[in-house]
Design a binder for this molecule. Structure first.
Ligand code: PEP
Ligand code: MG
Length: 920
């Protein structure tokens, strides 16, 4: 098809409601609503293809576009009986953006287009309402001036506010017709002064400029930033459509109104009608938070018949879309119009609740419910709440606009927030009178948002909810003074940097930091995740090292422990001195002595862990890090020794001892007390110990410790260390078994690269098993497996599978090894630049690199299972909790993923979605 023939414009009666890519979400829905018989003002949509062509061709329309637009305008004139530019019965239109993915407030909109000095008279003639006509006129001049002519709002706000002040009115409705006339005249002067030409009177010129402004807003900074932040890619949304729609007016008197509504409460998901409206107002007044709107329920008293119609519209929309809708309506002279609808953006609590309830109501299937929620968003349900026992009283209260509690340092504008974030990692709370789309970068860097004006559907509320950040809106007891960087709440003054806490669930604001508590799983989330488990093929395990973590992981639905890093068990205060003793030992006997002390401690750890998780599997990874990680640094030791020697030389009684106490007692378990220190021989002893440690630190020094003496290499060179751990696991298993507790421990060997290494350790395992069995009179049940985190191990998976009963991919190290990127340094050195330059799409330590690391894993899975069909193979690197990476793990047929406890719910849902996507 040639360009000349291409159709770029569709009327609402002909556009395909499913063609979101072509018509944008808003355009497609306007077509669909029109075609299912809802009362939508007539209009048409310019396609996203027209937008792309316009932007690609140096802001030139594709051929024939304006011809199509003119034809549509003529059709609109016929339908409405009005004329575009007609001085007696003028047709006015709105011009709105709308891409395939919702980007609320990011692109431009113009209302009342078609107004000029002639049509203004026509409007007065038609409506008999001079005030209304001037009100529409001044709004149009300002909006058109800003959007199409690029004039800053402040040039209009200044004279507007001055007149309001002069007249002593707070809200626009208090302005008289004469005031509005004066404002319109001043606005026309502003346009002239700012653009050097008169305001365009020709409606087609206005339309042309408006369409260009909307098309251009696709590549505006706001929209580009938004797409980058929310990862909206060109295949999800490419270009904006332009919707041109006959104007209907909610500001033509007291039988007119405008509002925004959700078919259910988007904060809680509760099945109650939710929204706000304003009598005698235009839609932008509700969204901009200029006037504080009324809750929708109040309309039942104020306009009962229209409220009934609105309820009908609500249920029609939800039944048709099988999804919660967020819609805009206008009532003009008693007639209800639906101006737009889209799927409601909700916080996760509400998404989960509505998913379960929509299934119960028969509107969607369980599978659809599972696909409805982004797994990552479940994190929101783990948000902290204010500690219910915290005895605090609120300083101010606003509307609970987006749930969750947050505490941070107050900042009064978005730019400042970004600047502060660059210099410090302190949490911030953005406090504004109201927010606008241009504040979006401030949202990104803030923990929560607080506004003193606007409702639950104000910009601040909608955007914060979408981001899952807590928000309190319309806290009108707060007076914000942005210039002075302070706010007043009664007598209290809050300055930039002061700490406040806000609770987006109750709407309360507190001075200072208030304690928070962990969130609880809702019943709906439990139900949803139980459906997920029915669908998922991957099992979801947790990485947990201590019984408390294991308990938490169980609460999150972990099906076992996929990785217990035993070295973390050594970090507790009662163990570190013994570990130190083990490390500094010069002889096997000394080392064995220390290990004998560690054995009962480790055994008890495992008994607790196994019993907590019973009857689920627990994978115990034997010691992995280089042992010098348990020792202080060389510099630290040298400093300590200098001070100790100085102390020895100058020791004059107990006054110097206090200063030295920490030096002697704090460092990795050198044990002493202030009384003992009175004896200078103990200082000698401390010096001796530090020197021994220093000697060891120097002896253990490695240039590349991550590639050094660690993991199985330690197990082979110091077999007594692994022997102690193996014995602790097997004895703990026997003790549990004897107590009737079903346990499934798995011994896992880290850093393996050859099957010989596994065979070497297996010999010890077998000997210890025989000994334990004989001592305990019961055969311990366990499995023996290998981590797959060294490239060579993956390449030799066939040989390793001969020795191991299971594999677990350690993708942290495997990624490090595959890329030759240090996992400790890459992320704060060159990786961000790699991502920005597009050299790497993602951070491979976060998102599994399916093409490289993933390929190696796939080969290893196939080779391993070639030898041992159905072999249990999992992943325990950080990627095990990342949704897209989980999708990949499913695709290569892994048995399980293991991730940190709080990510278990996310992984369960992601695992279900991976399975569902495969069958879709
Ligand atoms: C890994 O390397 O992916 C792994 C799980 O082990 P660690 O992070 O402890 O090195
Ligand atoms: Mg590792």
């Amino acid at each position: 098809m040639t360009n000349e023939q291409k159709k770029y414009v569709y009327s609402f009666t002909e556009g395909d409601g499913k063609a979101r890519q072509l018509l944008g979400g808003k355009g497609a829905n306007l077509c669909e609503m029109t075609q299912i018989g809802l009362n939508v003002p007539p209009g048409y949509t310019i396609t996203t293809e027209a937008c792309l062509s316009y932007l690609e061709n140096d802001n030139t329309y594709p051929d024939g576009l304006m011809q199509e637009v003119r034809e549509q305008m003529i059709a609109l004139e016929k339908l409405t009986g009005k004329g575009f530019g007609d001085a007696h019965n003028p047709l006015l239109v709105s011009v709105r953006s709308g891409s395939a993915m919702s980007m609320p407030g990011m692109m431009d909109t113009i209302l009342n287009l078609g107004m000029n000095s002639d049509t203004l008279q026509g409007e007065i003639e038609q409506t008999g309402d001079e005030r209304f006509a001037y009100d529409a006129y001044r709004r149009f001049i300002q909006l058109f001036g800003k959007v199409a002519l690029g004039i800053d709002d402040e040039y209009f706000d200044e004279p507007f506010e001055a007149i309001k002040k002069r007249e002593g009115v707070k809200e626009d409705v208090g302005l008289s017709t004469d005031n509005l006339k004066e404002i319109a005249t001043l606005f026309l002067e502003v346009v002239h002064a700012q653009t050097g030409r008169a305001f365009p009177e020709d409606p087609y010129e206005q339309l042309d400029l408006a369409i260009k402004a909307v098309l251009g807003s696709w590549s505006g900074k706001r929209a580009v930033d938004y797409r980058r932040e929310f990862n909206i890619t060109p295949d999800q949304a490419n270009g904006t459509a332009v919707n041109i729609c006959t104007m209907v007016f909610g500001n033509r008197g007291d039988d007119c109104a405008t509002g925004v509504a959700f078919t259910r409460n988007p904060g809680t998901g509760e099945n109650v009608f939710y929204g706000e409206y304003l009598v005698n107002a235009q839609g932008e007044d509700v969204v901009a938070g200029i006037r504080t709107p009324k809750p929708i329920a109040q309309m039942a008293d104020e306009m009962p018949d229209l409220y009934r119609q609105l309820e009908e519209l609500r249920s029609k929309l939800e039944n048709h879309y099988s999804e919660i809708q967020d819609f805009e309506f206008t009532i003009e002279k008693g007639i209800l119009y639906c101006l737009q609808t889209r799927n409601g953006k909700m916080n996760t609590q509400a998404m989960v609740r509505t998913s379960v309830e929509l299934v119960e109501e028969g509107l969607i299937t369980k599978d659809q419910a599972l696909m409805r929620i982004a797994p990552e968003s479940l994190e929101q349900m783990l948000f902290p709440r204010l500690d219910p026992n915290a005895n605090v009283s609120a300083l101010a209260t606003g509307l609970p606009a987006s749930p969750g509690a947050a505490c941070g340092h107050v900042v009064f504008d978005a730019d400042r927030a970004v600047a502060l974030k660059k210099t410090s990692d302190k949490p911030l709370i953005l406090l504004r009178e109201e927010t606008k789309p241009e504040d979006i970068h401030g949202f990104f860097v803030s923990e929560a948002i607080l506004t003193s004006r606007g409702g639950k559907t104000s910009h601040a509320a909608v955007v914060a909810r979408g981001m899952g950040k807590p928000c309190v809106a319309g806290a009108d007891g707060i007076e914000v003074d942005v210039m002075a960087r302070r706010a007043h709440i009664g007598e209290v003054v809050i300055k930039e940097g002061d700490i406040i806490t806000l609770d987006g669930t109750s709407g309360n604001v507190y001075l200072g930091a208030v304690a928070t508590v962990e969130a609880e799983f809702s019943d709906e989330l439990k139900t949803l995740l139980s459906w997920a488990d029915e669908r998922a093929q991957l099992k979801v395990m947790a990485n947990a090292d201590i019984p408390e973590d294991a308990e938490r992981a169980l609460k999150y639905g972990a099906m076992g422990i996929g990785l217990c890093r035993t070295e973390r068990m050594f970090n507790a205060a009662d163990r570190l001195p013994i570990v130190l003793e083990m490390i500094v030992s010069d002889t096997l006997e000394q080392r064995q002595d220390a290990l004998d002390k560690l054995l009962p401690i480790q055994r008890q750890d495992f008994i607790e862990l196994f019993s907590t998780m019973s009857p689920r599997p627990v994978t115990v990874r034997l010691l992995d890090p280089p042992i010098h990680e348990f020792l202080p640094s060389e510099n630290q030791l040298i400093d300590d020794l200098v001070q100790l020697k100085h102390l020895k030389d100058t020791m004059r009684g107990s006054e110097v001892l206090t200063a030295t106490l920490s030096l002697l007692s704090g460092q990795n378990g050198t044990m002493t007390s202030i009384q003992q220190l009175a004896d200078s021989s103990l200082v000698d002893e401390a010096i001796e110990k530090k020197e021994a440690i220093l000697k060891k630190v120097r002896a253990l020094f490695e240039v590349n410790p991550m590639l050094g003496h660690r993991g199985v290499r330690l197990g082979i060179t110091f077999p007594e260390i692994y022997a102690m751990q193996i014995r602790a696991v097997l004895e703990a298993a026997c003790e549990c078994q004897k107590a009737g507790i079903e346990v499934h421990p798995e011994i896992m060997i880290p850093q393996v690269c050859t099957s010989e290494e596994l065979r070497n350790i297996k010999v010890h395992v077998e000997n210890i098993r025989l000994a334990v069995e004989e001592e305990q009179g019961i055969a311990p049940v366990f499995k023996f497996g290998s981590m797959m985190e060294v490239v060579r191990a993956c390449m030799r998976a066939e040989q390793l599978a001969e020795e191991a009963e299971f594999f677990s991919f350690g993708t942290n190290d495997l990624t490090q090894a595959t890329f030759s990127f240090s996992r400790e340094d890459a992320e704060n050195k060159f990786l961000p630049m790699y991502n920005e330059a597009g050299i790497l799409q993602d951070n491979p330590f976060e998102v599994l690199d399916a093409n490289g690391v993933g390929k190696i894993m796939e080969l290893a899975v196939n080779w391993g299972r070639g030898v041992k069909p159905g072999m249990k193979i999992g992943i325990c690197g950080e990627h095990g909790g990342h949704p897209a990476s989980i999708g990949f793990c499913h695709s290569i047929g892994l048995t399980y993923v293991s991730c940190s406890g709080p990510r278990v719910p996310i992984a369960r849902l992601a695992a279900a979605q991976a399975a569902l996507q495969e069958t879709a």
